[in-house]
Design a protein around this ligand. Structure first.
Ligand SMILES: *[C@@H]1O[C@H](CO)[C@@H](O)[C@H](O)[C@H]1NC(C)=O
Ligand SMILES: *[C@@H]1O[C@H](CO)[C@@H](O)[C@H](O)[C@H]1NC(C)=O
Ligand SMILES: *[C@@H]1O[C@H](CO)[C@@H](O)[C@H](O)[C@H]1NC(C)=O
Ligand SMILES: *[C@@H]1O[C@H](CO)[C@@H](O)[C@H](O)[C@H]1NC(C)=O
Length: 475
């Protein structure tokens, strides 16, 4: 994790003091003799359970102690750094693991073959305090931290949601109401209610799509009193993750598209359900998130042993800096190609459906399916970064200004091999646009157009989400 150097950064000197260092002197000049490692042979004469090893090391040059820790091997009880006057400068305690998982990640099992796993992880590990986030990156790994390929563990999506918790209230919550006592804070827009409200998120395209903001632009989070809703004091973060284990399935592509006829669901099941738009769903729903639910099982090849469990972990990396007056806040908007905007007077009413399907018609001309929509931006700003979240089959995606000018054109990267990040046939990443800050300005009330061009083939559960990062002020 790093920042570009500027006059507000303070340099650090890094010293390693080795307990094996037997210092001798040539006059006043110390001669160090570090052995790197040592062994313990307990002696009959040893008193107690502990082996104590210490040494005295002169520091030619001093400085202010900013941080101190140790590198040790198992069996360590503790380690202490003393000043010349005998004062403890730093006392370090070990943490011993108690489970099987690598590090301390919250693990979960990607069910069995063909299984859809949907997990909501509340209060994930996240940097605290008033900070500016520059980048968020995530991928699926196994218990040895090796990247898992998409053709075995398909990351349908991970979404990071921000919420505030009143712990007193949430302690009274039922299992059936996991969000009781939690107040969700959506991104800056523009979909209705809590639809597409996540702060970061990607899926199949997570490995090679950048969500990195250029300096000094950041997503501002953390204690900011006017930002905290009344009665909800603690800011926390939720991971919503959906993974499909496609090992041994009859049709991996159909499973990852969540095609209903591949899963153990019946169309009658939808009649009683409510869709994203709050209206009852129709029985002709062919595929998408409603066919990939917690208990969904995709069809397996005959005779495939479906008892092979596998562990998968979402490994994520957050890059941030402490907030100060040199950081410039960014607004994050998701423009969804399914958004059919209507108006109440001049007030836009958004109607994002999150996903869409393609049924190629005989009358379709050419190889492409073009989907576009017009979305008004209540508040404009300077375009700082833009990219998209998509599903396989995407050809390209374009964001246009009201005058028809291309503001950002995004191209896919398709994998060509076997290794994670380059899986053949999968869209492993999308490009992005970093216009020179100030060169593209979106006006308040400007109506943008998003266009997603897709292969003209039968496809369900597609997503076309344009990510638009705007700075209302420039440095
Ligand atoms: C717990 O569940 C019951 C039954 O669904 C409900 O009546 C009750 O209000 C719930 N408790 C809280 C704290 O919401
Ligand atoms: C949490 O909620 C309870 C019940 O509504 C309220 O009395 C309390 O003041 C809240 N806590 C905070 C820190 O706002
Ligand atoms: C339209 O706007 C008016 C005035 O703000 C409001 O009273 C009314 O409820 C709105 N109608 C709908 C359908 O949202
Ligand atoms: C997107 O792809 C279509 C079909 O190949 C092409 O006609 C169009 O020029 C592309 N758009 C951009 C911005 O690259």
């Amino acid at each position: 994790t790093w920042v570009d150097w500027d006059q507000y950064q303070v340099p650090i000197k890094f010293y390693i003091l080795d307990v094996t260092d037997q210092v001798t002197y040539n006059g006043s000049e110390p001669i160090h003799n570090c052995m790197v490692e040592y062994s313990i042979t307990p002696q009959n004469t040893d008193i107690g359970h502990y082996h104590i090893k210490k040494t005295k090391i002169p520091m030619k040059k001093g400085g202010n102690l900013i941080y101190s820790t140790v590198h040790v091997h198992p069996g360590i009880v503790n380690a202490t750094l003393y000043g010349e006057n005998g004062k403890v400068l730093c006392a370090v305690q070990p943490t011993y693991g108690t489970g099987e998982e690598p590090g301390n990640e919250k693990g979960y099992v990607v069910g069995m073959s063909g299984k859809v796993t949907i997990t909501d992880l509340f209060d994930i590990e996240f940097p605290r305090g008033h900070i500016g986030i520059k980048n968020f990156q995530a991928e699926l790994v196994d218990e040895h931290q090796n990247s898992l390929p998409l053709y075995e563990a398909y990351l349908h999506h991970y979404f990071v949601l921000r919420y505030f918790e009143n712990v007193t209230m949430s302690r009274q919550a039922n299992q059936s109401q996991p969000i009781y006592g939690k107040y969700f804070r959506r991104n800056d827009g523009v979909c209705q209610g809590s639809v597409n409200s996540y702060s970061w998120g990607l899926g199949v395209d997570a490995r090679k799509t950048s969500l990195e903001l250029p300096d000094p632009f950041r997503i501002e989070v953390g204690t900011h009193p006017e930002n905290v809703p009344k009665e909800y004091n603690e800011e926390k973060w939720l991971f919503d993750i959906m993974v499909i284990d496609t090992r041994g399935t009859e049709d991996k592509k159909g499973c990852t598209e969540c095609r209903c006829d591949h899963y153990n669901v019946k169309s009658e099941d939808f009649v009683s359900k409510t869709g994203i738009d709050g209206k009852p769903m129709s029985g002709d729903y062919k595929g998408g998130i409603f066919c990939c639910e917690k208990t969904s099982q995709c069809k397996l090849q005959k005779g495939y042993n479906n008892k092979q469990q596998r562990k998968a972990f979402l490994k994520y990396t957050i890059t941030w800096v402490d907030w100060d007056q040199y950081q410039v806040p960014i607004k994050f908007y998701i423009l969804d190609v399914t958004d059919q905007v209507t108006y109440n007077g001049s007030e836009p009413i958004h109607n994002c459906m999150v996903e869409y399907s393609i049924t190629p018609q005989n009358t379709d001309i050419g190889h492409y399916h073009i989907k576009k929509t017009k979305i008004p931006m209540k508040k404009g700003g300077n375009l700082i970064y833009s990219t998209v979240h998509v599903h396989p089959g995407i050809v390209n995606a374009t964001l246009y200004g009201e005058n028809g000018k291309v503001l950002c054109a995004v191209q896919p990267t398709y994998g060509t091999g076997e290794e994670p990040g380059n899986e053949k046939g999968y869209v492993v990443g999308m490009s992005g646009c970093y216009p020179k800050p100030g060169s593209i300005k979106i006006q308040d009330g400007e109506i943008l157009t998003v266009e997603f061009i897709h292969e003209n083939k039968y496809n369900t559960g597609l997503m076309g989400h344009f990510y638009v990062y705007l700075a209302e002020e420039l440095p």
